[in-house]
Design a protein around this ligand. Structure first.
Ligand SMILES: Cc1ncc(COP(=O)(O)O)c(C=O)c1O
Length: 370
């Protein structure tokens, strides 16, 4: 080992960097294609409402100034929207930015973070970056969470249990009764329950409850939300969370002071005020998802219908299908990069994008059958 390698923190040796969905430009360059359909990052594909675009244009006029570090207006609007106080509200550079600072505020050397797998890979990266030891428990075969098994893993050194609800990449939910049971068992163990609800706005299952509705009832819960999904602002990097006041105060000491830029703050504020657009996107996405599930099922491929804006396909030859789709200009997500070999995760796109995806899926399956 060279002295320079010696400088690097030891736990990083086992850590793989995050593998995002392929960027459009990369696929264009690699495959010599012009038109690309991006169904790999669960973004909202519908054009943004004029009020959000207008807010972005106005904020752009002021970018020679630093943003408001307290995000005063946005925090108050989020607090009002969720029925909590601004002192219980956090904003940050995406869920991702919040998680990194959150673990920095929480973790002492040797502390543990517990979560079920497979799930969103950023939990592991953010927890490890803060020096935590990650303790994982597999989901059951049917993708449900073994609450007792998971809670049993929480010990003296566990600071937080992270739950993605609905879960990425499986797309299923932890129902209300289980969430309540988990929260109360964790309270006894003095462990924070961190619930990532990036896809909450898409859920239709009546057994679902958002942690937001339990926030007053439970003292030990942190809820993460984002403007990157249904709100359509993935490129601007704005996430938000609600947390007990002591957690918000600790977060404030380690957060990136100017982590949410002024355009992001203005756009998020306008987006939050446009709930009619959110309702419309939800409705259209659910209709498109139904159509996609039907189309995929007709090909004979098993599809897990999810509570989110993506579906998960079970395909023994997933890498070959993935490659065929790429060659046709369609970017989906390879399940093995998300801890689920033998699957593809596909975002619900615009109607014409979904039609193209179904057509190219059928073509790829026929080609690989030969
Ligand atoms: C479970 C989960 N949480 C959060 C996010 C969004 O992260 P961010 O707010 O950093 O864009 C994603 C996006 O893929 C996700 O799948």
């Amino acid at each position: 080992m060279t002295w320079m390698e010696h400088l690097i923190r030891k736990p990083l040796a086992e850590l793989e960097p995050y593998k995002p969905g392929k960027p459009v430009g990369e696929v264009q360059r690699e495959y010599g294609l012009r038109e690309i359909i991006r169904l790999c990052s669960n973004e909202n594909p519908w054009p943004l409402p004029e009020r959000v675009l207008q807010a972005i244009r106005e904020a752009a006029g002021d970018i020679h100034r630093y943003p408001d570090p307290a995000a005063y207006h946005l925090r108050r609007a989020i607090a009002r929207h969720l029925g909590v106080s601004p002192q219980e509200t956090i904003v940050g550079g995406g869920t991702e930015g919040i998680l990194y600072a959150f673990f920095q505020a929480l973790i002492d050397e040797g502390d543990e973070v517990v979560y079920p797998v497979p799930t969103y890979p950023i939990y592991r990266l953010a927890a490890c970056a803060a020096g935590a030891r990650c303790v994982t428990h597999p989901l059951r075969e049917d993708h449900t969470v073994d609450v007792d098994g998971l809670v049993a893993l929480c010990g003296e050194r566990t600071k937080a249990l992270v739950l993605c609800n609905p879960n990425n990449p499986t797309g299923n939910i932890l129902p209300r009764a289980d969430l309540l049971q988990m929260a109360s068992q964790l309270e006894e163990k003095q462990v924070l329950l961190v619930v990532d609800e990036a896809y909450a706005e898409y859920v239709t299952d009546p057994r679902y409850v958002s942690g937001v509705d339990l926030f007053r009832q439970l003292g030990n819960i942190v809820i993460l939300r984002t403007f990157s999904k249904i709100y359509g602002l993935a490129g601007l990097r704005v996430g938000y969370a609600i947390a007990p006041k002591p957690v918000v105060e600790a977060f404030a000491k380690v957060r990136r002071v100017f982590g949410v830029n002024s355009i992001g703050q203005a756009a998020a504020l306008a987006a939050l005020e446009g709930q009619d657009f959110i309702a419309q996107v939800r409705e259209r996405t659910l209709l498109e998802k139904e159509k996609m599930v039907r189309g995929i099922t007709e090909t004979g491929v098993k599809v897990f219908s999810t509570q989110t804006n993506f579906v998960l396909l079970e395909l023994p030859n997933a890498p070959a299908v993935y490659e065929n789709l790429l060659r046709a200009g369609i970017i989906v997500r390879l399940g093995e990069d998300l801890g689920m070999p033998g699957t593809l995760r596909v975002t619900v796109g615009l109607p014409e994008e979904n039609d193209r995806f179904l057509k190219e899926l059928r073509r790829a399956l026929r080609r690989l059958d030969r």
